[in-house]
Ligand binder design. Structure first.
Ligand SMILES: [Zn+2]
Ligand SMILES: [Zn+2]
Length: 65
């Protein structure tokens, strides 16, 4: 299933998330996203829309991970 416009946008920063879902396997499936970052995603998008790599790096560091 092709991604919608919304699914290509990071729900945290609003930038492109480079998600490859539906085409190839996405990098996001191999990355463990810390729970506190997932909690920043609006509930309706959680588990559906990818967070971009820069947000993952940025917020993972904030917690000293
Ligand atoms: Zn982002
Ligand atoms: Zn993805």
């Amino acid at each position: 299933m092709p991604l919608t416009k919304e699914e290509k946008i990071c729900p945290i920063c609003g930038g492109p998330n480079n998600c490859q879902h539906g085409e190839a396997s996405c990098w996001c499936q191999e990355v463990v996203i810390p729970k506190h970052i997932i909690e920043m995603v609006p509930e309706d998008k959680r588990g559906k829309v990818c967070i971009c790599i820069s947000c993952i790096e940025k917020y993972a560091k904030e917690r000293g991970m």
